[in-house]
Design a protein around this ligand. Structure first.
Ligand SMILES: [Zn+2]
Length: 91
């Protein structure tokens, strides 16, 4: 089981969280093409390595935050608030 460090509550068990998928996805402009909109809705990265994800502390403070997690080892390198700048991360 992962031990995830909520930026608001501190370290808690993975069972208190729900993953919301990839984070830092930019919404396209309102006049974008159908292909750009479809890409925004359905295309996600699936890297082997560090992945930036949204996590919800659903059984805790109820806040959403970002986490940088390795998809290979599940190691979490950093967690930060949704409006905070992205910290330095490994490649
Ligand atoms: Zn929390």
């Amino acid at each position: 089981m992962l031990n995830i460090d909520c930026p608001y509550c501190g370290p808690r068990a993975e069972s208190e969280y729900r993953c919301g998928g990839e984070s830092l996805i930019q919404r396209p402009a309102l006049d974008c093409s159908d292909a750009e909109w479809a890409d925004y809705l359905y295309t996600r990265n699936n890297p082997k390595g560090v992945h930036i994800e949204r996590w919800h502390h659903v059984h805790g403070c109820g806040m959403w935050f970002n986490a940088a997690r390795s998809t290979v080892t599940h190691q979490i390198f950093a967690t930060w608030g949704m409006t905070d700048p992205v910290p330095e991360l490994p490649e």
